[in-house]
Each structure stands twice: as C-alpha cells, then as structure tokens.
Ligand binder design. Structure first.
Ligand SMILES: NC(=O)c1ccc[n+]([C@@H]2O[C@H](COP(=O)([O-])OP(=O)(O)OC[C@H]3O[C@@H](n4cnc5c(N)ncnc54)[C@H](O)[C@@H]3O)[C@@H](O)[C@H]2O)c1
Length: 392
C-alpha cells in the first residue's frame, strides 16, 4: 500500500477539477483575441528526436497553436527541426529556452527519464505542460507536479491518449450497457523488436512498460476501472543491445513484462509488453490487424482490431448476435500524436480532454508497483485512482 502523504485523495481530486473548471469559466482561457481571431497558444517543444517528427506536423497545423521555440541538448536536432517546421527560435538547453522567446505551453518529448525534471521546470516557470509518457518517474513525484500545477492555476497532461479514440468510446459504451454480461477477464499486448536509436529505452526508468504497456494499461484501466492491486513478472531477455546513440549497451530495465491487474468485482486483466516480439509491422505497427485487446464476459466478447494507439475497429460477439461483427472502422479524426494539440485546444476553448493527469499517474503507479511485485514476488496494492467511467 502506498502511504505517501502526497497522493491525491478523491476530495482533493474533486477540488482540483472544480478549480480547473473555475479557471475556464472565469475566461482565463478566452478562445479569441480582441480582433475575434482564434487565439493560438504560444508553444515551446523540448526534445527534437524521433517522436518530434510525429508531433510537429500536428502542432504546426493546429489552429490553436503557434510553435515559437524548439530545444534539444543535441543542438543540431533543434536547428534542423526549426528549419523544417519554420520555427523562429531554437535552443540547446531548457534554461536558455525558458529565458528566451516567451511562450505559455511546454511540450516535452525528451528521453523518458528527463520528463519529471523538465515538467517541474516548466511548471515552475509558469508554463502549462504536455508530457510524453511517463509524466514523472514515480507516483509521489508526479502527484507533487500535479499539485504544483493546480496551485499555480496551470494545466498538466501526460500521454498516451488512447481513451480519446472512437473505438475506446464504443468499447466503453458496450461495457456500460452490459453487452458482455458479467465481465470477467481482459488481455492486451504490445511489443516489437525494440527501438534501435536511443539507449534510454533500455536504461533505468526506461523499459517496455513505460514505453509500450503504458498504452494498454491506459486503455484497460479506462475500460474496466482503476486497478486495486498488481502482480507482475518482468525479465530481461536480451541483456545487451546495439543502439545508434551509444553503440553496445547493457539492458538494465525490463524488456519483457507480464502484468496482472485486479480491477475489483472479480474483474482481472493481463497486459504483456516487450522489446523481443516478432512484429512484421516493425516499430510502426499501424498495420496490425490482430486483436491486441480482448475482453470477455458471460454474454459476449469484444476485440480491438489493431493497436489501441492506432485502432482499426472493434469486433463484437454477444449471445444475442454470436457472429463477430466489426464496428467503428473510422478513426473520426483521432490520431495518437494529437494529444498536445488537443491540450492546446483545451487551453484556448476550454474543451476538456478525456485523458487526465490523474489516470496517467495511476498508470505510472501500476508500472512502479509491477516492478516492486516482480522484485519481491508479492502482490502490490495501489493507492491512486482517477475519475471513472472515462466515457459516459
Ligand atoms: N519514437 C516514437 O515513435 C515514440 C512514439 C510515442 C511516444 N514516444 C515517446 O517520446 C519520448 C521521446 O522518444 P523518441 O523516440 O523521440 O526519443 P529520441 O531519443 O529520438 O529523442 C529524444 C530527444 O530528446 C533530447 N533530450 C534528452 N534529454 C534532453 C534534455 N534534458 N533537454 C533537451 N533535450 C533532451 C535528445 O537529445 C533527443 O534528441 C519518449 O518518452 C518515448 O517513449 C516515442
């Protein structure tokens, strides 16, 4: 059981949500300027590696965003992306970025281990923050960040946004309507042969859980409810690897993970992730057509077609209609890399995201608890929660 004094109680959670609502109602986020034009949030992006190639095209096209500066400790990367995406300013360090061209919204796309520190720097400097996963390195540190954001009337969000997809909404609605009868069990999996460009994926604070399982854990807790306890087995299958930035490295965080969650009322889910999975679709598994999430109950089965970050549909069979039927094959505008743009839209218009920092923190706690469970051989209770159901 996590007894940290920093974990947010349900009461504080309600208070924080009300505070955010009050800020929106007071017009703190006026949608348009004096000239009536849509307001654009001045945005700085830190981390100009692989994922910036997915984020920057979306951010620079968003009507709610003006990307004013980029930053990377590899200055050449910031310079190249600034040139490619026509961003006026670029910096080699977070301090220089924060002291440079003014902006209001920080998008953090660095190595996983750096997020917590940079998110804190951003909030301290009065910026709203969107963080790639994980939002922090531990639940207690993440909760402190969220409390700081609330105190300063700032917003903090973390990837992933799988709960925003129409397929997620469809699945949540089938469950709420009782289409599967008494829900019993769920399985999810995500793996590939592992990134070959950066060592941080394999170093302490990296691993397949915060990089890959995080999507499935977000989807399953979003569908079945916050988890109460975790049992896990983790291992390192490939102890050494070769990566572009550091050459031959030792793998010191899990590259193979099996996580069992108790969602209460007898519902149990299983999530597996790893960096040693044959995957004919490579790192970009967008063409995957298997069921990567399946949920079964006394009256039905539901399978998500493709990955939850790029879903292609939902197959459903029930006692009333036992042949698998495919639903929601249209993404309806959802793409996994739009999270920061949706956050900017929220800052401008007040339209809230379904993805919340409280859920991101819950998933982070699951990951750290899975490590504890694997190391000790014990089941670990969870302390955090989030507003559920996500879709009503
Ligand atoms: N690559 C993807 O397809 C992908 C997809 C979804 C999410 N993500 C997530 O995005 C994040 C980044 O992954 P990536 O694949 O882009 O890694 P990457 O190694 O390609 O890029 C990370 C960049 O951050 C920079 N950086 C590191 N520390 C910094 C600091 N303190 N200040 C400024 N810059 C710093 C590095 O120099 C590097 O250019 C990770 O959290 C990852 O899990 C990646």
């Amino acid at each position: 059981m996590n007894t940290s004094p920093h974990h947010i109680t349900r009461r504080e959670f309600t208070k924080s949500t009300l505070l955010a609502g009050a800020a929106l109602a007071s017009g703190a986020f006026a949608a348009s300027g004096a000239d009536g034009a849509t307001r654009r949030i001045r945005t700085g992006v830190i981390g100009c590696g692989s994922v910036s190639n997915a984020y920057l095209p979306v951010l620079t096209k968003s009507p709610y965003v003006e990307v004013v500066s980029l930053c990377d400790i590899k200055p050449e990367r910031a310079r190249k992306q600034a040139e490619k995406f026509k961003v006026a300013h670029h910096y080699p360090h977070v301090d220089a970025m924060l002291a440079g061209e003014p902006f209001d919204f920080l998008v953090v796309l660095t190595d996983m281990q750096e997020h917590e520190k940079i998110n804190r720097r951003g909030l301290e400097a009065g910026k709203h923050v969107w963080s790639e996963k994980p939002i922090a390195n531990s639940l207690s540190a993440g909760q402190k960040l969220l409390q700081m954001a609330l105190k300063k009337n700032l917003r903090l969000w973390g990837a992933p946004i799988t709960v925003q997809s129409p397929q997620f909404a469809f699945m949540a609605k089938q469950l709420a309507a009782g289409k599967l009868g008494r829900v019993a069990a769920a399985h999810s999996d995500y793996g590939h042969e592992g990134p070959n460009w950066s060592a941080f994926f394999y170093e302490k604070g990296g691993g397949s859980m915060p990089d890959l399982a995080v999507y499935n854990l977000t989807s399953l807790t979003g569908l079945l409810g916050p988890a109460r306890s975790v049992s896990a087995m983790l291992s390192i299958v490939t102890p050494e690897r070769t990566v572009s930035d550091k050459g031959r490295i030792k793998v010191t965080e899990e590259d193979n993970a099996m996580v069992l969650l108790d969602h209460g009322k007898g519902v149990i889910s299983h999530t597996q992730s790893g960096f040693n999975y044959f995957n004919p679709h490579g790192h970009d598994g967008a063409k995957e057509t298997r069921h990567t999430i399946s949920i079964v109950g006394s009256d039905g089965f539901m399978g998500l077609v493709g990955y939850d970050w790029a879903p292609l549909g939902v197959d459903l069979a029930t006692t009333g209609s036992p042949k698998l039927d495919r639903h929601v094959t249209d993404a309806q505008g959802y793409i996994w890399q739009q999270g920061a743009a949706l956050a900017a839209e929220c800052l401008v218009t007040g339209k809230e995201l379904l993805a919340t920092p409280e859920q991101a923190l819950h998933v982070l706690e699951i990951i750290t608890a899975a490590r504890e469970s694997s190391a000790t051989g014990r089941r670990v209770k969870l302390a955090s929660t989030f507003k559920w159901p996500v879709v009503s």
